[in-house]
Structures are given as C-alpha cells and as structure tokens.
Design a protein around this ligand. Sequence first.
Ligand SMILES: Cc1cc2nc3c(=O)[nH]c(=O)nc-3n(C[C@H](O)[C@H](O)[C@H](O)COP(=O)(O)O)c2cc1C
Length: 173
Amino acid sequence: MNQVLENILTRRSTRAFKNEQLKDEEVEVIVKAGLHAPSGMNRQTWQFTVVQNPETIEELAKVIRKLLNKNESYNFYGAPTLVMVSNDIDNTNGLADSSCALENMFLMANSLNIGSCWINQLKTICDNEEVRCILNSLEIPQNHIVWGIAALGYKATENNKENKITGVVKYFK
Ligand SMILES: Cc1cc2nc3c(=O)[nH]c(=O)nc-3n(C[C@H](O)[C@H](O)[C@H](O)COP(=O)(O)O)c2cc1C
C-alpha cells in the first residue's frame, strides 16, 4: 500500500500514554511537520508551544477541570508532551490553519509509532483570567487563541485499529 495512505489509515487517537518523555528529536520532527502545513495566504501566524513541564501541564489541566466541570481524572490522558497550537484571533483562517498543522503532527507522530490526540478544551476559555495568566507564562501572544493541543507520548495501550467511516462521498463524472 502507498505509505502515505497507510500512515493516514493507521492513525488513531491515543487516550492512554506512558509516563515516559519523548526524545527531543522526536518532538522536533513532529513540530517540523506542523510548521510545514499549508496556511491561508501562507500567513503562518500560528505559534507552536511545546509544554513538557509536569507542573505546568497539571496547572492547565486543573484550570480546565475547574472551568469546564471536568472530573478529577482529566489530565490530557497523561500525555507527557503537549503542543499547543495557537493563532492570531484576527486571522480568519486561524482555526483551519491550526487544524492542518495539528493533523500534520498527528500523522508524523503515527509514522514514528508515537500516540497523539487532539485536545479541544482551551479554545473557548483562552480569555479567562486564570487561563490567560498561564498562556502569558508560556509566551503565547495576548491576541492568540489556542485552537487545539496535540497531546503526544508513547502509547500505553495499542489503539483501537478500526474506525467506522460514515462520511459521505459523491462523484459526478
Ligand atoms: C476538532 C477536533 C476536536 C477533538 N477534540 C478531542 C478532545 O477534546 N478529546 C479527545 O479525546 N479527542 C478529541 N478529538 C479526537 C476525536 O474524538 C477523534 O479524532 C475521532 O473520534 C476519530 O477517532 P480517531 O482519531 O481514532 O480516528 C478531536 C478531534 C477533532 C478533529
């Protein structure tokens, strides 16, 4: 099978990570894949913020738990690395661009047998004072929204290989 298609077909979200940090070169090549995603008008107004400090990750999880009423177990599935993809709020393609970058990173991770999952919770609460304070400490610009987070790490369990595909495709020839 074509290797790109095989990589796409075998990627699944990982929701249980080992408590073991990724190698720097693995994270770097995953972020590189994100940086090479397409962006509307090639603006590239995104920022990729890699967070590996366990205290900062817990601080983020804690504020999300509080603001979004998540239960005590909410911890980004124990991922040791978070790549926060933020973008300029005034860029109308910010979410689309960030999504392209996230999928590039998920596919790169999959090609290295590294687990990944999109974490969606921050986008609606970026302007909460406590959240913004953490984002400031991570040097995420004030005018940025965190559209998505790539939770990354070695898989604690093998992913469920099957995904029932329900999307509609129509051809008009
Ligand atoms: C926009 C978007 C937001 C998502 N948010 C979350 C999330 O917050 N937590 C989570 O566990 N998975 C999240 N996911 C992952 C989806 O649940 C997952 O991709 C989908 O169920 C298909 O499964 P697969 O990724 O294993 O193919 C999100 C995916 C997308 C595209």
